[in-house]
Design a protein around this ligand. Structure first.
Ligand SMILES: Cc1cc2nc3c(=O)[nH]c(=O)nc-3n(C[C@H](O)[C@H](O)[C@H](O)COP(=O)(O)OP(=O)(O)OC[C@H]3O[C@@H](n4cnc5c(N)ncnc54)[C@H](O)[C@@H]3O)c2cc1C
Length: 392
C-alpha cells in the first residue's frame, strides 16, 4: 500500500514526493501521463547534442532563500541573469522598456531624469487601473503601449489587454535607468546540468516509485494508496462538472542552425509582425558550447496542452467553484499551476508544495506524537505563494 499517489511529476509533484519520502518516510507512487519527469520544466539533449527546453525557455529566478537553498540540494547552479530584446520598428531594443529603449527607438540622448519627464508627458491618466491596458497606458502612454504590448498580448492570450486582468502587464516594469535585466530577483540562476537532472536527483529514493506514460485513471483502482496529491488540471479531476476552465496553449517549433550563434540576446520578443511571440536561443541560457545552435519559436494557440490559466474575473469565479469542491474532497490535495489554476512561476510552485508538505506533517503531528523535523521557513514560502504572478 502506498501512503501517497502523486499525479504529475512536475515541480509540485516531485517536491512533495521528495519531502514525503525523505523526511516523513512515506511510500510514494508518482505517475505522469507524459513520457518524462520534470513537467513543463523538462529539458533534454536534442539530436545534435544541444540541451533544449521542450516546453519553452525556463529561467529560474526567486527572492526566496528557502526555495533556492532547497533546490540547491539537488543541483549546482550556473549564475545567469536573463536579458531580452524586442524587435520594434526594425530595431532591437531592450525589454522591459528602459532609458536605452527610448533613446534608441526615437534617436534621442535623454538622461534618466529627462526620460521620466518623457513618460510623464505621454502617460494617459486612468482613474482606476483595472486592466492590462490601463497599467501600460497610465505609465508610458498609448504609442509605446501599441509598439510593445498591444499586439504581443493579443497574440499571447488571444485577448486584447483591455480584457485582461491588470496582473498580466503589471509584471513588466518600466525603468528610467539602463538596467536591462529581465528580472531583478535576488537569486537568478540555471541548474548547472539542467532541470531534468535536478528532478532525477529529487526522485532518486527507495521510497519513491515513478510510473511514466500513465494517466492516473488507468491505475487508481488497482493500486492501493491512502491519500492523493493531484497536480493536473482541477476541472479535469472533477470531469468538467461546472464547465472547462480556459487555458492558453502554445506550439513550440524547435530548430537547429548550422552556426554557433544566431540571436543578439538569449530571447528576442516580436511584439508586432510575426505569428510567433518570441525566439529563444538555448545555449545563451545554459552556457553550453557547441558549434551549432538550437532555437525555439513560440506560437500561441487556443487549443492544446493547458499552459496558461487565463487571468479574467469570470475564470476566477469558475475556478472558485472547483476550489470549493476540491476543499471538500477528503484525502486529495490539490497543488501546482494547473490544480490551483494560478499563473505561477517555478519558485512559487516549489513554495506552494513546501507549504502543503508542512500542512500534511502538521495534520499528522496532531494525530501522532512522533514526527521528523520540517526544513524551510514557512512564513517566507507562504509570502512567495501569495505574491502576484511574475513575468516569465
Ligand atoms: C512556455 C512556458 C514558459 C515558462 N517559463 C518559466 C520561467 O521562465 N520561469 C519560471 O519560473 N516558470 C516558468 N514557467 C512556469 C513553470 O512551467 C511552472 O511554474 C511549473 O512547471 C509548474 O509546475 P507544476 O508541477 O505545477 O505543473 P507541470 O509542470 O505542468 O506538471 C504537471 C504534470 O501533471 C501531469 N498530469 C496532468 N494530468 C495528468 C493525469 N491525468 N495523469 C497523470 N499525469 C498528469 C502533466 O503531464 C504534467 O507533467 C513557464 C511555463 C510555460 C508554459
Amino acid at each position: 500500500m502506498f501512503d501517497y499517489l502523486i499525479v504529475g511529476a512536475g515541480f509540485a509533484g516531485s517536491v512533495l514526493a521528495e519531502r514525503l519520502a525523505t523526511r516523513s518516510n512515506k511510500k510514494v507512487l508518482i505517475v505522469d501521463k507524459r513520457s518524462h519527469i520534470a513537467g513543463n520544466a523538462y529539458d533534454h539533449y536534442n539530436e545534435e547534442g544541444i540541451l533544449v527546453h521542450k516546453y519553452g525557455p525556463h529561467i529560474f529566478h526567486t527572492n526566496s532563500k528557502d526555495v533556492f537553498e532547497y533546490l540547491g540540494n539537488f543541483t549546482d547552479w550556473r549564475p545567469y541573469e536573463h536579458r531580452v530584446l524586442a524587435s520594434v520598428d526594425g530595431q532591437m531594443v531592450p525589454m522591459p522598456i528602459n532609458l536605452d529603449t527610448i533613446n534608441k527607438l526615437y534617436g534621442l540622448n535623454l538622461t534618466s531624469f529627462e526620460v521620466e519627464e518623457f513618460f510623464a508627458s505621454v502617460a494617459e491618466p486612468v482613474d482606476v487601473v483595472k486592466t492590462s491596458e490601463d497599467v501600460v497606458v497610465s505609465k508610458v502612454g498609448r504609442e509605446l503601449y501599441n509598439k510593445f504590448f498591444k499586439n504581443y498580448t493579443n497574440k499571447q492570450w488571444g485577448l486584447d489587454p483591455s480584457q485582461l486582468d491588470k496582473s498580466v502587464t503589471s509584471r513588466v516594469p518600466t525603468r528610467t535607468n539602463r538596467d536591462d535585466r529581465y528580472f531583478t530577483d535576488t537569486y537568478q540562476a540555471m541548474p548547472l546540468h539542467g532541470y531534468t537532472r535536478m528532478f532525477e536527483k529529487m526522485l532518486d529514493h527507495p521510497n519513491i516509485k515513478v510510473m511514466l506514460n500513465t494517466d492516473y485513471h488507468e491505475i487508481m483502482d488497482f493500486i492501493p494508496f491512502k491519500e492523493m496529491i493531484f497536480t493536473g488540471p482541477v476541472d479535469e479531476y472533477f470531469d468538467f462538472k461546472f464547465g472547462k476552465l480556459p487555458y492558453r496553449s502554445l506550439e513550440f517549433k524547435h530548430e537547429t542552425l548550422n552556426k554557433e550563434k544566431h540571436l543578439a540576446a538569449p530571447v528576442v520578443n516580436y511584439p508586432n509582425d510575426n505569428l510567433y511571440t518570441r525566439i529563444t536561443e538555448f545555449k545563451a541560457l545554459t552556457g553550453q558550447e557547441h558549434p551549432k545552435t538550437a532555437l525555439v519559436y513560440e506560437y500561441p494557440q487556443a487549443e492544446g496542452d493547458p499552459y496558461y490559466p487565463i487571468p479574467m474575473p469570470e475564470n476566477a469565479e469558475l475556478y472558485n467553484k472547483y476550489k470549493k469542491l476540491a476543499d471538500e474532497t477528503p484525502n486529495v490535495h490539490f497543488v501546482g499551476r494547473l490544480a490551483t489554476y494560478k499563473y505561477y512561476n517555478m519558485d512559487q510552485v516549489v513554495a506552494q508544495a513546501l507549504t502543503l508538505y508542512k500542512k500534511l506533517t502538521e495534520k499528522e503531528k496532531s494525530t501522532s506524537p512522533v514526527l521528523p523535523a520540517i526544513s524551510g521557513s514557512s512564513s517566507l514560502v507562504e509570502k512567495l505563494v501569495s505574491r502576484s504572478p511574475q513575468q516569465e
